[in-house]
Structures are given as C-alpha cells and as structure tokens.
Design a protein. Structure first.
Lengths: 243, 243
C-alpha cells in the first residue's frame, strides 16, 4: 500500500470528551480519505484549550502530509480554534475581506468573528451556512457540525493529492471469531500484501464476524477473499460475501 | 473543578480510522467518567500497530490518572492489544488460569488466546461474552464491541476514585449563535468557576444553539444558567430550559 499520502485528524471540543456529543467526523473524513487513497493514520480528540490545540497542530503538521481539524470555529467565546491555529504557525488573525463578504452584513456584528482568519490562510467554502473554513500550510480547519464539515471537505478535496485507492472485499461469517482464527491467521501470514480484518458482531443473538480484505490491487483483494471464503466454508459455517 | 482525577482513552482499530466503523466508546466512557467526577482529558484513535500502541499506552499512563483502551482483544490475528500493553509495561503475556476458566473448554482452542493476559494484571469481568478485559497499573483494557465495553466498564467502575461530580444545566436558544455571542461572552468572563459551552444546531431549517453550563457547584451552575436564560430572553429569542 505504497504511494499513499498520510493524514491525521484533530477533533476539537469539550463536548465530545464529556460525552454530550458523539463525533461523526472521524468516520466521514476517514472514509472519504480512504476512497482517495489517503491513509488516516491517527485521530485525537482534544479539549478547547489554546495551548493543547497549538501543540497538537504543530505535532501533526510536522508528521503527516495533511491535517484536518473539526470544531471551534463558530462565533462564541468557546470557539478558539482559529486563534490557536494562527498561533501554531506564529501568525495572527486578521479580518479576511473575502470571508467578511461571504458572511455579509454589519462589520461590527459578532458574526464577524468568523471572518477572523490567520494571515496567509486560504478559505474553504461553506455551502451550508456561508462562514468559511480555512487552510494554512497543510492544515485544513473545518466546522464541527457534521453537515458543514462534510460540505467543507467536498470543497477542499480537489486540493488533496490522491494516492492509490484502497479496494476492499467484505464477507460475513456466522461462526465465532475464535473458531475461524486459525485458518484466518495462516491466510493473513501468507498474504502480507493485503490487510485482513475480523470484526465480531452479534445480531439477534447470533455471533459472527465481518471479514474485510483491503489492499491496492483489486485482483489480489478478490483472490484472497476467495481463499478466505473457501476456508470458512470448509469449516462448515455459513459465509455471505457482501457486494 | 478541582479534586477530579484525569483520564485518557485509546481507541485501537484500523476500522475506526478507515471509516468502516463509527466509534461509540468515547461518548459512553466520557459520559460515564463525567458522572463520576473524572475528567476525560483526551482520546486518541490509533491503528492496530504494535509500536504505536506501546508508545501511546506509556505516554498516557504517565500523564493521566486512568487510561482506558478499547479494541483489539479478540482471538484473531489482528487482535494485538494485549501483547502491546504487556510490552508497554515490559512484561509478558501468560495464560491466566482464572481467564482460562471463564472462557472454558479445550485449552488448545484458539479462543484461549483471549486468556493470554499480561503478568501482574487483574481481570475485568465480561458479563456479555465471558472473555475478560484486564487492568495493569492504571491502564484498563476493554473490548471494542460497545455492549461488551460497557459491561466491562460497569465491572471496573468500583476501582476508580471518584472526583467532585460535574453538574450541568442545559437550554436551547432559538437564535443564531452570532446573535447571542456578546452577552454569552460577558457572562462567561464574569463566571470563571463554571464552563459555558455553546453548540449550534439546525433542526428543520431552524437555527439555534444548545447552551450548557457545567461546574461542580450545583447552585452556581443553576444561578449562571438563570443569568444566561434572562440575557437570551432579553434579546427577544425563544429559550427552552431543558430538564
């Protein structure tokens, strides 16, 4: 799985860590990146704390090709992401004229806080509620509300260098994971060019595992999945290959 | 908000980062800890990679009072959490007799991989599917399947030192965040002993914000929420205080 840019994600917000809100952005961005051949290597959920955001942004910006942040760019006192990202790159916030025009209305209105963008940043369009996100160096700063984060991701995706897309094949096996572990391990060992995952489930009292083969070569993924399905069928269990 | 133990969480699994699965454990554990007066300070989602897990466990174990991991303790080849946590504490895995008895059956069966527990660890009961989690030093190692993670958390919670519980008050304001930012900021500045969060929403085309006041003193939380509600009503917007 070579030739794939790397990415990391910072989910910024006390409300995720207190359990008030369940994050939806890691799943969406992780899946979108995978479809573009970009590997989401890691994600962190951090508090709305100035110094914590600065350190996390710097760390990820050095270590990964792309960094995505979600949360903390609204107009209220607890929205501190833009100022922290500016500080991480040793720059200041300024009223961005294009952002101010997008937001519109009275320049003294508190919503103009959302036009304060780090010097040198490029805007990211928000087709849902206008106030833009922004990109500074390799860091993309998005809203936390999932519908807005998704619109912003769509607007920025043309800026990302795609890698070799990851192809996957999927099958449900209606046996306990421990009963399939031995053949699965030997297939995984013999096919190091693909990744084989086993994800247990329980549906209506029936135990099983969803098996996933992932790789960049569609023929190899298909061949290894065929091998998996044969091995599972040989154990006498029901196997349903998914589309 | 003093006298509160700190915690961090490691969500271990490629399937979360690829978007295949949406994590549910951060929300559950974050909320459960908050109810016990323990602050979830940070969470990381990392890949099923031996060295990555070792480094993350060591880092968090030093920096926080409690660490919770979810994922990667099943019987298949991609379940590598137990071995990595053992390595993080420079110890080995061994067949734990109590775990083997809980799991039951043939000692040569592959499910016995789940009885391999770091030397010196204490088991955590699994009332859903028997194979236990474990605690080593301040690190609690739980399954990734949410129903099992929740059962394990219930089984271990008596081992945690509770802090001052965090009390919260909640109100929905049917105005745009930018229209409430000014009074909200001055109330937040004047009441540094509580935390005020503003979380925008859009429901059926209506914009609003959910305002949350959090703190350890119930009377102060209530008083500040009353102040918030009065200020919002004075702006002419609809305010609905939630139970």
């Amino acid at each position: 799985m070579s030739h794939q840019p790397s990415a990391a994600m910072l989910v910024i917000g006390n409300e995720i860590l207190s359990g008030k809100t369940r994050d939806a952005n890691v799943q969406f961005i992780g899946e979108s990146l995978a479809n573009m051949g970009i590997v989401l290597a890691e994600a962190r959920v951090i508090r709305d704390d100035h110094q914590t955001i600065i350190e996390a942004v710097r760390d990820y910006s050095h270590r990964y090709d792309y960094v995505f942040t979600t949360g903390g760019i609204g107009p209220t006192h607890d929205d501190i992401t833009a100022a922290a990202v500016a500080a991480a790159f040793a720059t200041d916030l300024e009223i961005n004229p294009a952002a101010a025009e997008l937001i519109g209305g009275d320049p003294d209105h508190p919503r103009m806080k959302m036009a304060q963008i780090p010097v040198g940043a490029t805007l990211i369009e928000n087709s849902v509620s206008r106030a833009p996100g922004f990109q500074i160096e390799n860091v993309f700063v998005l809203a936390g509300v999932p519908s807005i984060a998704q619109a912003m991701f769509a607007a920025l995706s043309a800026r990302l260098q795609r890698g070799q897309a990851i192809v996957s094949a999927n099958a449900d096996v209606f046996m306990k994971e421990s009963d399939i572990a031995v053949p699965l391990t030997s297939i995984a060992s013999a096919n190091g060019d693909v990744e084989i995952g086993s994800y247990p489930f329980s549906r209506d009292g029936t135990y099983g595992a969803n098996l996933v083969v992932r790789g960049t070569d569609a023929d190899r993924v298909d061949a290894v999945m065929n091998e998996v399905v044969s091995a599972m069928s040989a154990l006498g269990g029901e196997v349903v290959r998914r589309a």
